[in-house]
Design a protein around this ligand. Sequence first.
Ligand code: FES
Ligand code: FES
Length: 157
Amino acid sequence: MKIYFELNGKPQYVEVEAGESLLSLLRRLGMKSVKEGCGTGECGTCTVLLEGKPVRSCLTFAPKVQGKRVTTLEGLGTLEDPHPLQRAFVEAGAVQCGFCTPGMILTAYALLQENPDPTPHEVREYLVGNLCRCTGYVKIVDAVLLAAQWKREGQWR
Ligand code: FES
Ligand code: FES
């Protein structure tokens, strides 16, 4: 079947199989930031934003995004022009292997849209479904709090 949706602000008309996952579709469309970890909804590495809310793309059927807005990390920033959350992750030393980072950043983005001044506990709670095997989470929480501070100071575009 053919579906229409908006990917990072651009219209997409694509052919999908009824049982295809959003993860598979986004990878087919070149969104290499979308990572497959477990493939069963456990790790959060495949997280993208659907209408601004984090979803696990491995568990979301591609036809479900018909008519909706999907955001991947490619839609937030680029190497040349990183989003403040990306800069904060680098500055706080919150990236090691980087496999969890796109999903972490998109989930953190959704958190800061809802709550621009979270406590460290609230950051941990919101990110609880995003697993990281490398960092021990301390620096990830630091990065989100740093980005939140920059957002409150008006440094986000
Ligand atoms: S790959 Fe989707 S939750 Fe792990
Ligand atoms: S930085 Fe390696 S899994 Fe998080």
